[in-house]
Design a protein around this ligand. Structure first.
Ligand code: NAI
Length: 506
């Protein structure tokens, strides 16, 4: 079968260029790989060949296909060698001046109909195209590392990109076995923009002294189903990469408070404590394994007090059922008896605010996060307020751990850990749709494939109920007075009307 672009040039033979070259050759194109460092091309070729040999050993490619692919991957000694390419994909150093100068040169080398694309992750596609003679043939083509395994690519139209160019790149992405998503040319495009909520909000929670890194990781993995906690993920990526992305998106959006980076990350980066690759990040690594302190033990309680549940608790019926299943002595009166443990389950509010507003005895009041259905999570999270008595906290901890489900105790926080992080992720995703950066469907695809989240953020918001997510944000805004929790209009309107976050307007 004839490849859509029979000859493809790849400029830059680093981590990304070699991955792109590999899948382009697999799609049937002749690939001309160029790098200013000739050794980089040779190294890349060796590595790609080794990849193909491994695929053959695993039976994923046959010998003939491997030989054909190897024959199609050609080292280019100079940029001039890319003159017959119908498409050139650039994956060189992330610098605007260097990229602009490369494309300026390429315009004079390739045929007038050839398409030019950049794999930039943080620069504006439109800015790179500025000054080109034919910006219509230029687009963003943003792959993820490692390219052959991360099967999503963002196709980005700059201000002057011809739609036919994006159509061609979209179809070619499919030929390479990837899923294309269409993004407007905005900072972070889809994936790096949508990914801002997770780590940024988690860092903020640590910054407020509410819980430590390991506790936050445990909570988000067990309650939401993330494969890695935010701090495990930051350690894997390295703060030298992630903190720079956080700062770049924050500044490019003119100090949008939702993306405000963390001083904790800045300090750790300055100290070189950047993650797994240096043996120390948020965790310390011994033989590549994170050293995690054991969880605090469940306290032993001689006599369980009776339990009274606030009338305004979220998922109150479920909480009652849970207490029954745990064998608690439940009080059903209008108010708690003098010895009762008082449970509140706020959405977005902190335990303190609820105790004050509902005129509860704060010393006996403990909060539980009921945003998710208890049956759907592998951990329960309790929060104290500054006046909570130790015996009441111990009683709540022991009670909720009595069926063997792990319990984390955090300090008082508007929105607990999960509510804060999930609401922030959903809100940022909603705002990406509001800005029409991409369709809701492409957003979900990009985030699940590009970030590995257990579900797309909009589907997650729908599952929890857009109205509940909206309530979390509204109340957090009240508690913190911080514009970062300002709900996006996309979420505010849908939450108010009870309309799906995935629904596209008529
Ligand atoms: P890298 O540092 O591994 O490779 C860059 C290569 O480009 C080097 O071999 C270098 O010699 C070569 N190079 C530099 N200037 C050149 C020029 N003028 N002409 C030809 N070759 C030149 O970098 P990496 O990680 O592969 O990134 C490349 C691009 O992809 C950057 O724009 C980066 O932002 C983007 N990107 C990187 C991702 C990642 O996770 N590493 C993910 C998505 C995009």
């Amino acid at each position: 079968m004839q490849a859509r672009y029979s000859t493809v040039g790849v400029a830059g033979a680093g981590a990304m260029g070699r991955g792109i070259a590999q899948i382009a050759a697999q799609a049937g194109s002749t690939v001309r790989l160029f790098d200013t460092q000739a050794q980089a091309v040779a190294r890349a070729r060796d590595e790609i060949f080794a990849q193909w040999d491994r695929l053959r050993e695993k039976g994923r490619m046959d010998a003939a296909a491997v030989d054909a692919c190897k024959g199609r991957l050609v080292a280019a000694g100079s940029l001039q060698d890319l003159r017959d390419c119908e498409l050139v994909i650039e994956a060189i150093v992330e610098r605007l001046d260097v990229k602009k100068s490369l494309f300026g040169e390429l315009e004079g080398i390739v045929a007038p109909g050839a398409v030019l694309a950049t794999n930039t992750s943080s620069l504006s596609v439109t800015a790179i195209a500025a000054g080109m003679k034919h910006p219509g043939r230029f687009a963003g083509y943003h792959f993820f590392n490692p390219v052959p395994l991360m099967k999503v690519v963002e196709v980005i139209a700059g201000l002057k990109t011809d739609p036919a160019v994006c159509e061609g790149l979209t179809a070619y992405a499919r030929d390479m076995g990837h899923t294309p998503v269409a993004a407007q040319d905005t900072p972070g495009f889809i994936v790096n923009h949508a990914g801002r909520g997770f780590g940024t909000e988690a860092l903020r929670i640590v910054g407020e002294g509410i819980a430590d890194f390991a506790t936050i990781d445990r909570i988000l993995k067990d309650q939401v189903g993330f494969k890695l906690g935010p701090f495990e993920l930051l350690d894997l990526t390295g703060l030298d990469v992630s903190h720079v992305v956080m700062e770049s998106i924050y500044t490019q959006y003119y100090d949008e408070p939702r993306f405000r980076p963390s001083v904790i990350a800045a300090q750790r980066l300055a100290a070189g404590v950047v993650g797994r690759k240096v043996g120390e990040g948020f965790y310390r690594y011994v033989d590549g394994k994170a050293q995690v302190a054991p969880e605090p033990a469940v306290p032993t309680v001689e006599e369980m007090p009776p339990v009274w549940v606030s009338t305004r608790a979220a998922r109150r019926a479920e909480l009652y059922q849970l207490l029954k299943d745990l064998g608690a002595k439940i009080e059903t009166g209008q108010s708690a008896s003098p010895n009762a443990l008082t449970l509140v389950a706020p959405l977005g509010f902190d335990v303190t605010t609820v105790a004050v507003v509902e005129r509860l005895d704060p010393a006996r009041t403990v909060g539980i996060d009921m945003l998710f259905d208890d049956a759907a999570t592998k951990r329960r999270v309790l929060a104290t307020n500054p006046a909570t008595r130790r015996d009441m906290l111990d009683a709540a901890h022991a009670l909720f751990a009595s069926d063997g489900k792990p319990v984390s105790v955090i300090r008082d926080s508007g929105g607990f850990v999960t509510q804060r992080v999930v609401a922030t992720i959903v809100n940022i995703a909603a705002d990406i749709c509001q800005q029409r950066i991409c369709t809701p469907k492409d957003l979900e695809t990009a985030v699940t494939l590009g970030l590995g989240y257990p579900a797309g953020p909009l589907a997650l918001g729908d599952r929890l109920g857009p109205t509940n997510v909206l309530e979390v944000l509204f109340n957090m805004q009240t508690v913190y007075g911080d514009p970062r929790y300002r709900p996006s209009p996309w979420l505010r309107r849908r939450g108010a009307l009870g309309v799906s976050l995935l629904h596209e307007e008529a």
